[in-house]
Design a protein around this ligand. Structure first.
Ligand SMILES: Cc1cc2nc3c(=O)[nH]c(=O)nc-3n(C[C@H](O)[C@H](O)[C@H](O)COP(=O)(O)OP(=O)(O)OC[C@H]3O[C@@H](n4cnc5c(N)ncnc54)[C@H](O)[C@@H]3O)c2cc1C
Length: 477
């Protein structure tokens, strides 16, 4: 429903440079990385925190839907304004200050994650959460999705680094959840309720993040295995020794083959198409020296081949297979369902067997890679969009994948969230009582349902919607 009167009032209050209604601004904010467009009525670029309170108060008064947007890199459609209304673009609030003594970063919600890491690094500190999209995505988006990345197993995800949050309730009231202290036990933990709430329970304007000392040493090793089961069993054997790699990336045979074809080079000479595990240790020099000896012994006992990087350049060469594989998969289809499921370690081997069945029964390529130290695997269902049979097979495959993941004690999302794309599967993961509890929280904080409506709980079928043919800066060639 169009709200020209409300938009007019908002423009008069905040100015035409803050509240944009031109077609180009609206079109640019109509979609995110899911590429399913819904046109908003206006795009608001707040210059200061107080602007957001004004937006939300008016939105409540006139019942205008508001969708908060970071950089729009979400793959689930979570930042798509499916009910129109106003898009709140947070990119302008991007200040970063490092507190050297406390080891904390004070950041605006629009700060780019890679900029936070660089600012911390310049002062000898380290902010570990590192989504692959970090050169684009904002910390506000990371907090809203509880973003992860390759460091999850050793260090944790965004949630583990958020000390305090500030921002606005959906009703427009300013709130602060916690302060810049290492301890805080005063009242309900609303901070954690906001983390992962996908922009539905509040607007984050700023955060205090925990930093850790930059590791003094790193050590990188690439290993290959005769098949997926052997690789996964070997990883479990390593974890039993209580070595905690900073990174432990697994690539199955299909993922390796894609990278090898793209680079026209076998990862290990004479061993093309073997699944690999890329390991990185990080810590003090002593810690890395001790652990690398144990990991090397493990590699000799379990892997068919291994290579240690002697310096950062060589480490970069070992990383090539991991960096290449995701883009290279598009040789297998022009569309990819990049699922970010989580599997408990005890069921890794069962899941590998399921993937073999999924590929056979669907007739599709499903290259899979991911973070073995936390069970978060990217299952990439590849298909050709114009091929109706393949599209139907992909739709069935993702349903079977989600059912199997939950039956194995896993999670339908480990880092991307629900948004629109995973709404058909929410109730596979959560019982009716669990969904009702979440909806009750939503109603309590957002009685008029203005903040990011239509997400999470209402089933949305992405298959029924045409995707825009646009190339985003972070898309593969
Ligand atoms: C190439 C690529 C690689 C990726 N790799 C990873 C990865 O390794 N790990 C991972 O976790 N994710 C990954 N993602 C997904 C995505 O980058 C993350 O979900 C990221 O957190 C989104 O941040 P954003 O700033 O783009 O937010 P947006 O996409 O703009 O928004 C995402 C959600 O956050 C909400 N939101 C945004 N800002 C705020 C705010 N200030 N207050 C309240 N709500 C807000 C939005 O309403 C929406 O629900 C990847 C995406 C791409 C395209």
């Amino acid at each position: 429903m169009l709200q020209p009167r409300a938009t007019g009032i908002l423009r008069r209050k905040l100015g035409a440079r803050v509240v944009r209604t031109d077609p180009a601004s609206r079109a640019a904010a109509s979609y995110d990385s899911a590429k399913i467009p819904f046109l908003p009525e206006a795009v608001v670029h707040p210059r200061k925190e107080a602007d957001i309170g004004i937006v939300l108060e008016l939105a409540n008064k006139f019942r205008v839907p508001v969708t908060t947007r970071g950089r729009g890199t979400t793959l689930t459609g979570a930042a798509t304004p499916i009910r129109g209304g106003w898009v709140l673009d947070m990119m302008g609030l991007k200040k970063i200050t490092i507190d050297q003594e406390a080891g904390m970063a004070h950041v605006g919600a629009g700060a780019k994650v890679a900029d936070i890491q660089r600012a911390a690094d310049a002062k000898g500190w380290f902010y570990p959460p590192d989504p692959s999209s970090k050169e684009y995505c904002t910390i506000g988006g990371n907090i809203a999705c509880n973003a992860g990345g390759m460091h999850g197993g050793k260090y944790g995800v965004t949630r583990d680094f958020v000390v305090a949050l500030r921002g606005f309730l959906p009703t427009g009231e300013f709130v602060e959840w916690g302060t810049a202290t290492k301890k805080f036990s005063a009242g309900f933990n609303m901070r954690d309720l906001w983390i992962g709430s996908e922009g539905m329970l509040g607007v984050v304007t700023g955060a205090v993040l925990k930093l850790i000392p930059q590791p003094a040493a790193r050590w990188t090793l690439l290993t290959s295995f005769s098949n997926e089961t052997r690789a996964l069993e070997a990883a479990l054997a390593l974890f039993r020794t209580r070595v905690q790699p900073a990174i432990c990336e697994f690539l199955d045979r299909e993922s390796v083959l894609c990278a090898e074809r793209a680079t026209q080079q076998a990862v290990f000479a004479g061993q093309a198409g073997r699944p690999v595990i890329l390991l990185e240790l990080a810590g003090s020099k002593l810690e890395v020296r001790e652990q690398s000896a144990a990991v090397l012994a493990w590699a000799k006992a379990h892997a068919t081949a291994h290579r240690v990087a002697k310096n950062r350049d060589e480490a970069e060469q070992l990383w090539a297979v991991r960096r290449k594989c995701s883009g290279a998969m598009f040789e297998l289809g022009d569309a990819k369902l990049n699922e970010d499921i989580v599997i408990p370690m005890r069921n890794y081997v069962k899941f590998a067997k399921f993937l073999v069945r999924l590929k056979r029964e669907s007739g599709l390529h499903v290259p899979t890679f991911g973070h073995l130290a936390d069970g978060n695997l990217h299952v990439n269902i590849m298909y050709h969009r114009a091929d109706k049979a393949e599209t139907r097979a992909a739709e069935k495959a993702v349903q079977l994948l989600m059912e199997t993941v939950v039956s194995l004690g896993g999670a339908i999302s480990g880092e991307h969230g629900i948004g629109l794309a995973k709404t058909p599967f929410l109730r596979i993961q959560h019982s009716p009582a669990q969904v009702r509890a979440m909806q009750a929280v939503k109603r309590a904080l957002d009685p008029r349902g203005i903040l990011n409506p239509g997400k999470m709980f209402e089933v949305f079928h992405v298959w029924k919607h045409e995707k825009l043919a646009v190339h985003l800066p972070w898309d593969h060639k």
